[in-house]
Design a protein around this ligand. Sequence first.
Ligand SMILES: [Zn+2]
Length: 80
Amino acid sequence: MNPAELLLLGLAAVGSVWALAGYLRASRARRRARRREQQGAETARETCAVCHLPVDPRVDLFDENSRGWWHRDCWREAML
Ligand SMILES: [Zn+2]
């Protein structure tokens, strides 16, 4: 194998690794964007039964009877 062939082979290898890395990066960014959209849609859909502001499903409370979300603080105030 002469140096020119070796150089071409090396360039091809670098090119394919670079293309693969670019593809992985793009698909990861797409996945992350989709997850952000889903989370955004969820939080936008759920609003507090008392003040009608968006709730955070990770910290706020879901009431099975009224099928509605309550802010932790709004729930506490309603119970007082
Ligand atoms: Zn509230």
